[in-house]
Design a protein around this ligand. Structure first.
Ligand SMILES: Cc1ncc(C[n+]2csc(CCOP(=O)(O)OP(=O)(O)O)c2C)c(N)n1
Ligand SMILES: [Mg+2]
Length: 1011
């Protein structure tokens, strides 16, 4: 039956131009195949077919202006009517998603069998406000009976019902997200470790010793090197249990768990790798001496140890955020069918002090919302940060519990070690838990800096009941009462539960002692963090504390200790890692490269747009739309947008490739009838991050390092307001460089005067300078569509086909203008990539000449100025399009360095010098960025050089007024050009003076930086 395909609802647009016909008469097409591309002045979208069949006739041609309801095609359809086809499709997917969610829920319910306590125990928390303790006792006993008979779940249900009832009756329900200050997992519920505890303890002791020794040795040699002992000392058990039992490495059968190690616990990881035989003594001795190849980096830096470290974490707060988005990205890859679901986990180790960084907790809501049960945070609560206690007057563990529980995480507190179990069980009056709740972290820290007698007096001595509780314990016994994070049994049980948790992320909040085992110099004292030297007595104490088999002499020499390869310890450590698939950390990559698309896919960007005006942002979006037709590239694109898709004309992507939503779309979007409807889908491709640049950047990093962490090369393209890029999330960009990220960052609506109305906080005149600080970030400020095409394709080729560890920053603008044909000159493409090429020459008069360099949209002002200079002042010029002052500077710097270091060899010539060295006249450069941007090449040309730019705070106004204000409009450029020539004594100064008058320029106006 013959079907008419009409123009669908295209939102607010009317009379939109057809720019591409993607089908021809006779083609057999499928439902959802694109048939035409239409383009408004803001964006371009493809219209998909709503039926399958053979095309009978096409009723539009390129250039036609179409509106909703216009006839596009007639199709001989082989199917049922389109309306029947489309509506059920959405409904069907909603039902499917709901079914999957339900199924998971049921499975979870079955797995979460309720745990029953073996033995009845009563924890009655003493409360002076209790007006009827007997009644309270009754209630509590009833509750115990329910737990006993029907399990925890039933008890939880009844409590919830009681609370609801009280609320309905008008009671003021106390809000609490906290549980008592005891372990979440009761001793009876602990899953026991299958490991050999004695061997594991010995291994842990050796790792502790070697980690401390490497720091001490490095600082003996060079006291300036630094390093940390106290952090790993507090976290050794947390790491060891994971390494021995939980973290599975990547190998040819499994993708591997991803572990974010706390940055300054690095010595512990090296010390373990030493026992595993992956590092030798010489390497340990080059800790923090990285200049000579083979040195061990201070912290986890993949750039410096590319086969070892996976994630840079030491800039605090980045680790937690990156880990959350890593876990989310892993689910994204699974839901898009790009990797298998192998129950891989992301583990992140964090400091309690680190949790104060806003980034640390900034994305915990997302983790819960997206049910990231592949994510486990371990927060090492040693109660101290660098200067002193994290919460001297409060309790960091309780605070974190509240925040994470409130956000929807599964919280496991590991506060007390096994030695406390019987005391807690015997705490019939509840006074012990009461003291635990009342004691603040400052006191807990002070206790561990003293001794057992002090703890007896200050802690247990508080109430007669607790004094009595420990009356049979010696001070030594009291001192031995350990903290949960140092107890391998407690840690194992927590990890086991966290690994099995479904439906939510887990945070393990473990209490430890900073500088554990370091004695008076370093244990639980405020200076623990920076202790990097241990004297002989401390070292002896440390050896004895952990029974390290070294003689006094060996201790004095701070010798490393590694048992024989055949020893039970070494055999055990290797065997455990073999069982878990290999060593960790380790950075490898087995991803296949992506073939760069054929050059002709970008050809449409190399022809003139004629009368048609468009912005470079639009040109980029058109290019991406085209790339989605390339079968190699399309599935690998990861468009990432922080709530600005409409700003950049990218809303067409919503319908075309869908927005990733882990539960699909549970509602029918308000605009469902429109072509660019807000379509969310479980396998959606776009990462729409909301107003969240840090999150978007973290997603980008996850995708940009996918080639190593998931062995699949992806092409992330993160598009943002350029002002909210490097300036806002610069530290993440730096970490991206360290991570060897590969992908595109697009700073859209760029340029201080090009983004007109938005004002001071929006107008970017410096992002390129920030980009230039990152050594492997390649940045461009293109003007024309063909420049973007050439740069982008080269980026694809270098990063994703040739696997160079660089990433691209490209600015695009929102100014509409027509784009010329790409110059035929053979060197043009090379020039675009190297940073400059000659775009136009004015040579009518052969008298006076000037070299004019322009970048971004200001190139067009420069071209207009060149025309005026010729027509009105008989000045010839050569106009250069500078696509990257940053790249030109890098080349200039390198050449200059070579020449200075090789004075006797043939001197090289920088690319800038090659372009400009033999030209005539002084050079004047301008961009929409600060002068320092173009100034960067000043040193590499042997000619007079003048630079203009947009130094100062932006402000809202029209583009024209802004350019006038910052003196980069064509009129100012003419004036400056004439003045430059006068200063160089090539023309008389009267011309400049006249022009100043003619263009109404006030020479005594203050510098824009002062306004
Ligand atoms: C963003 C940032 N700010 C400051 C530092 C310097 N610094 C390194 S460790 C540290 C204290 C860490 O305390 P905590 O997070 O509690 O870790 P712990 O060593 O106690 O396990 C500080 C301030 C840093 N690495 N990153
Ligand atoms: Mg700490």
């Amino acid at each position: 039956m013959s079907e008419k395909v009409l123009v669908p609802d295209i939102g607010e647009f009317e009379k939109v131009e057809v720019i591409e016909l993607l089908v021809k008469v006779g083609d057999q097409i499928n439902i959802n195949d694109s048939i035409v591309t239409i383009e408004s002045d803001k964006s371009s979208v493809e219209i998909p077919s709503i039926v399958s069949g053979k095309i009978e006739s096409i009723n539009v041609k390129i250039g036609d202006k179409i509106s909703k309801g216009d006839l596009l095609l007639n199709i001989l359809s082989s199917e049922e009517s389109p309306s029947e086809k489309i509506i059920p499709k959405n409904t069907e997917s909603i039902i499917k998603e709901a079914e999957v969610v339900l199924k998971n829920q049921n499975e979870k319910n079955i797995k979460e069998e309720s745990f029953k306590k073996k033995e009845k125990s009563t924890i009655t928390v003493n409360n002076e406000n209790d007006i009827d303790p007997l009644e309270t006792q009754d209630w509590l006993e009833s509750l115990s009976a329910v737990v006993e008979k029907d399990g925890n779940k039933r008890a939880h249900f009844l409590i919830k019902e009681l609370i609801n009832k009280a609320y309905k009756e008008g009671a003021n329900i106390p809000y609490t997200q906290n549980t008592p200050y005891i372990n979440t997992i009761l001793p009876e519920a602990e899953v026991k470790s299958p490991g050999n505890q004695n061997t594991e303890r010995r291994i842990r002791s050796l790792i502790r010793w070697n980690a401390a020794a490497m720091v001490v040795r490095a600082n003996k040699k060079f006291p300036e090197l630094g390093g940390h002992i106290g952090t790993f000392a507090s976290a050794a058990t947390l790491y060891d249990v994971g390494m021995n039992h939980f973290w599975r490495a990547k190998n040819n059968k499994f993708g591997g768990d991803l572990v974010y190690f706390q940055g300054h616990s690095a010595p512990g990881m090296y010390a373990r790798a030493f026992l595993e035989g992956r590092l030798n003594e010489k390497q340990l001795d080059s800790f923090r001496q990285e200049v000579k190849p083979g040195g061990l980096s201070s912290y986890p830096h993949p750039w410096l140890m590319p086969k070892f470290w996976q994630f840079p974490t030491v800039s605090m707060g980045l680790g937690p955020m990156l880990a959350i988005y890593q876990a989310r990205y892993m689910k994204y890859l699974i839901n898009r069918g790009l990797i298998k679901d192998e129950n891989r986990k992301v583990w992140a180790f964090l400091g309690d002090g680190e949790m104060d960084e806003p980034e640390s907790m900034g994305a915990i809501g997302l983790a819960a919302r997206e049910k990231l049960d592949n994510l486990i945070f371990v927060i090492n609560c040693n109660l101290q940060r660098l200067d002193g206690p994290v919460r001297g007057n409060g309790k960091i563990i309780q605070e974190l519990e509240g925040s994470f529980r409130g956000a929807g995480w599964n919280v496991i507190k590991v506060i007390w070690g096994s030695y406390w179990d019987s005391l807690i069980a015997n705490d019939k009056t509840g006074h012990l838990v009461k003291i635990m709740n009342e004691t603040v972290d400052g006191e807990y820290q002070a206790m561990k800096a003293r001794d057992g007698a002090y703890v007896r007096e200050k802690f247990f001595g508080k109430y007669p009941e607790t004094q009595e509780l420990v009356s049979s314990l010696s001070d030594k016994d009291i001192w031995r009462l350990n903290r949960g994070g140092h107890d391998p049994h407690k840690v194992y049980a927590a990890y086991d539960q966290a690994s099995k948790k479904q439906g939510s992320p887990t945070v393990i909040i473990a209490k430890t002692i900073k500088g554990y085992g370091m004695g008076k110099t370093g244990e639980s004292v405020n200076t623990s963090h920076q202790t990097k030297k241990l004297d002989v007595d401390d070292l002896m104490y440390y050896r004895d504390r952990f029974d390290v088999p070294l003689t006094d002499e060996q201790v004095k020499n701070v010798q490393y200790f590694k048992p024989d390869d055949k020893s039970p310890e070494i055999k055990y450590i290797k065997e455990r890692r073999m069982v878990l698939g290999g060593f960790l950390p380790e950075r490898t990559t087995y991803s296949k490269t992506i073939k760069a698309p054929a050059k002709d896919i970008f050809n449409f960007l190399k022809v003139s747009t004629g009368e048609k005006e468009m912005s470079t942002t639009m040109a980029l979006v058109r290019m991406l739309t085209n790339l989605l037709r390339d079968k190699n590239v399309s599935p690998r694109l990861v468009p990432i947008i922080p709530d600005e898709a409409r700003t950049f004309g990218m809303e067409g992507f919503f319908q075309k490739i869908g927005i990733y939503a882990h539960e699909g779309q549970k509602y029918e979007p308000e605009d469902s009838a429109q072509l660019s409807s807000y379509r969310e889908e479980k396998s959606g491709q776009v990462l729409e991050e909301g107003i969240n640049e840090a999150g978007a950047m973290s997603s980008w990093i996850a995708a940009a390092t996918s080639y190593t962490n998931h062995d699949i090369e992806m092409i992330p393209i993160y598009i943002f307001y350029s002002m909210f890029g490097f300036q806002r999330t610069g530290d993440l960009a730096w970490a991206a460089g360290d991570s060897q990220a590969r992908g595109f960052l697009i700073g859209a609506t760029a340029g201080r005067t090009t983004l007109a109305g938005e004002g001071l906080q929006h107008q970017d005149g410096h992002s390129h300078l920030l980009a230039s600080t990152i050594p492997n970030c390649i940045s461009y400020d293109p003007t024309f569509h063909y420049e973007i095409a050439v740069i982008f394709r080269e980026g694809l080729r270098r990063m994703h086909e040739k696997n160079e560890n660089v990433f691209y920053y490209i600015t695009t603008m929102n100014e509409n203008y027509s784009h010329p044909e790409m110059p035929k000159d053979k060197g043009c493409e090379e020039g675009i990539l190297k940073g400059m090429y000659k775009i136009k020459e004015f040579s009518r008069y052969n008298k006076t000449k000037i070299q004019l360099l322009g970048s971004g949209t200001i190139l067009r002002e420069m071209m207009a100025a060149a025309e005026i200079l010729q027509n009105e002042y008989q000045i010839d010029s050569e106009v250069w399009s500078v696509t990257s002052f940053n790249e030109l500077r890098r080349d200039g710097m390198e050449v200059e360095r070579y020449n200075l270091l090789n004075p006797d060899k043939a001197q090289k010539v920088s690319y800038v010098e090659k372009c400009l060295g033999k030209t005539e006249g002084p050079i004047m450069a301008a961009s929409d960025y600060m002068r320092i941007y173009s100034d960067q090449i000043r040193a590499y040309v042997n000619k007079s050089f003048y630079s203009l730019g947009t130094d100062g705070f932006g402000r809202s106004d029209t583009r024209k007024n802004l350019r006038k204000f910052f003196e980069v409009d064509k009129e100012h450029l003419v004036v400056y050009g004439l003045s430059v020539l006068a200063k160089e004594q090539l023309i008389a100064s009267k011309y400049a003076k006249e022009a100043i008058k003619k263009y109404n320029i006030n020479g005594s106006k203050p510098m824009p930086t002062k306004l």
